[in-house]
Design a protein around this ligand. Structure first.
Ligand code: FAD
Ligand code: SF4
Ligand code: SF4
Length: 477
């Protein structure tokens, strides 16, 4: 008799919402061995050449391949399969928007729930870490050529790993005091524990990649100096400059960009001031302007540092929110309050220059704008004030210009992103770029996919492929 396939997903245990808003421990606890094997046994093991899940993954992880190894209880084997194309599985297993990528076209969706690929990938990485297992280091012939990587976020890390595996001598420069980019300073501990990032970064060091921190290219060294020393350069400098709304009172104390707010919490432990020396405004009520993943991270972090009432202030309705459904659900469970169809118009401060009131106006939805989403239209006479102790802007970010401003050869778009062609070549010979520096804001795995393809293009260039006379801008969207 044919074996019955379980239609429902095996649930992942989570920390209780009441308890978790008082700590920074991870929310999703992950599968145990038995749960992972049960979920893995639901996979139909589609053939490699056909599997739609592999096609949906920007770094083409061999998903049925690693799931088979879980069923064989071979953790090193499963890790080796994933690492063939993805050096950061503990990270991607946690933060990839899997529902829009690998899981989107999973054929199990026709019979029941799709396979929980992300949580299985995370399981492999976690179990390997618990046992101190890393993949074998490939023995490759050294190429005798040097590549510099600027920025240690997922695009830079992936380019570095792939180039090191090909035999290049790779050095990575990072402006902050620790490598990892947004993975370290942006995404909070309760979604991505930093020990995971550090463990996966160690593998890069094992591959021979040198990571030099506290160096800002464009200040400490120029791009020209890097090009004198290295045969090629990859720019994975991200999009770390926050956007604000130019409203009256926007410079009051207690108004933060999400980047600053999260960096103070994640990297500088600001909530433990004065034990750690970076303060952060403490109070009762905080409003976050925006409705993406970054806004959810800021709101949920605010609850954990002691704010009693945290509001998401969004100008459209819930269906237009860009945050992942899982993040919205977690925020709701934790008690974050959502205010829809409202826009900020002014910030009012007290006599000491601290923000006290966020003035808002109500909207209705009008005709669709160029993005296809219905435009919020303010309703005159509906202004009102929300008393606050702090406000966080999470309305998007753009690339930082420190590196490019003195380099006229590097051309950018009107949004400040670097222009590259389909082989990630910038307008400057020998310089490649990828990730948020090129896309604006994207995702971890898209940045990794860029790093991977750029590494291949760098290898081709260093093996004699001519640099084009003219760079034809690619469109990655
Ligand atoms: P980054 O990760 O931004 O790294 C760039 C690095 O370059 C930084 O460390 C920076 O310090 C360094 N740098 C910049 N300029 C210089 C210079 N001149 N010299 C030296 N170093 C320099 N994506 C997801 O897929 N899932 C999520 O859940 C998710 N959540 C997010 C939450 C937050 C709070 C934020 C901010 C982003 C989130 N993202 C998420 C988006 C994702 O993190 C980014 O798309 C991704 O990190 C981009 O990678 P990157 O390599 O291009 O750059
Ligand atoms: Fe899915 Fe991301 Fe893993 Fe690819 S890297 S298989 S998209 S979780
Ligand atoms: Fe398994 Fe779904 Fe991928 Fe098929 S599409 S191999 S069922 S995860």
């Amino acid at each position: 008799m044919a074996k019955q396939i379980k239609k429902q997903r095996i649930k992942v245990p989570e920390q209780d919402p009441v308890a978790r808003i008082h700590n920074f421990n991870e929310v999703a606890l992950g599968y145990t061995w038995d749960l992972a094997v049960e979920e893995a046994s639901r996979c139909l093991k589609c053939p490699y050449s056909y599997a739609p899940c592999i096609k949906g993954c920007p770094v083409n992880v061999n998903i049925p391949g690693f799931i088979q190894k879980i069923l064989e209880r071979d953790i090193k084997g499963a890790l080796e399969v994933i690492h063939t194309t993805n050096s950061l599985p503990g990270i991607t297993g946690r933060v990839c928007p899997q529902e829009e990528q690998c899981e989107m076209n999973c054929v199990m969706g026709k019979l029941g729930d799709k396979i929980n690929i992300g949580k299985l990938e995370r399981f492999v990485a976690d179990e390997a870490r618990k046992q101190g297992i890393y993949p074998d280091i490939p023995q490759v012939e050294k190429k005798g050529k040097k590549v510099a990587i600027v920025g240690s976020g997922p695009s830079g890390l992936t380019a570095a790993a792939d180039l090191a595996k090909m035999g290049y001598d790779v050095t990575m420069y990072e402006a902050l005091h620790e490598g990892g980019g947004v993975l370290i300073y942006g995404i909070p501990e309760f979604r991505l524990p930093k020990e995971i990032v550090r463990y996966e970064l160690k593998f890069l060091k094992m591959l021979g990649v040198k990571i030099v921190t506290n160096v800002v290219i464009g200040k400490t060294f120029s791009l020209y100096e890097l090009l004198d020393e290295y045969d090629a350069v990859f720019l994975g400098t991200g999009a770390g400059t926050p956007k604000f709304l130019n409203l009256p009172g926007v410079n009051l104390n207690g108004i933060y960009s999400a980047n600053e707010f999260l960096t103070r919490i994640n990297l500088m432990k600001a909530y433990q001031f004065p034990e750690y020396d970076t303060p952060i405004t403490k109070g009762k009520r905080l409003a976050v302007i925006g409705a993406g993943n970054v806004a959810m991270d800021a709101a949920r972090s605010a609850l954990r540092i002691g704010y009693e009432e945290v509001y998401i202030v969004y100008r459209r309705t819930r269906e237009y929110m860009t945050a992942r459904e899982e993040e919205i659900k977690h925020a709701e469970e934790e008690g974050v309050k959502f205010m829809f169809l409202v826009s900020p118009i002014e910030f009012i401060g007290d006599e000491n220059g601290n923000v006290k009131v966020l003035k808002l106006i109500m909207n209705e939805l009008g005709e669709p704008d160029s993005s296809g989403r219905r435009r919020p239209v303010p309703i005159p006479g509906t202004e009102f004030g929300l008393e606050v102790d702090a406000v966080v802007f999470a309305i998007g970010q753009k690339p930082n210009k420190v590196l490019y401003q003195e380099v006229p050869e590097l051309k950018t778009t009107k949004w400040g992103t670097l222009i590259v062609d389909e082989k990630y070549r910038t307008t400057m010979r020998g310089v490649f770029a990828g990730g948020d520096a090129v896309r604006g804001e994207a995702t971890v795995v898209l940045a990794m996919g860029d790093g991977k393809k750029a590494a291949k293009a760098i290898d081709e260039y260093l093996n004699g492929e001519p640099w084009p006379e003219e760079i034809k801008p690619a469109n990655f969207w």
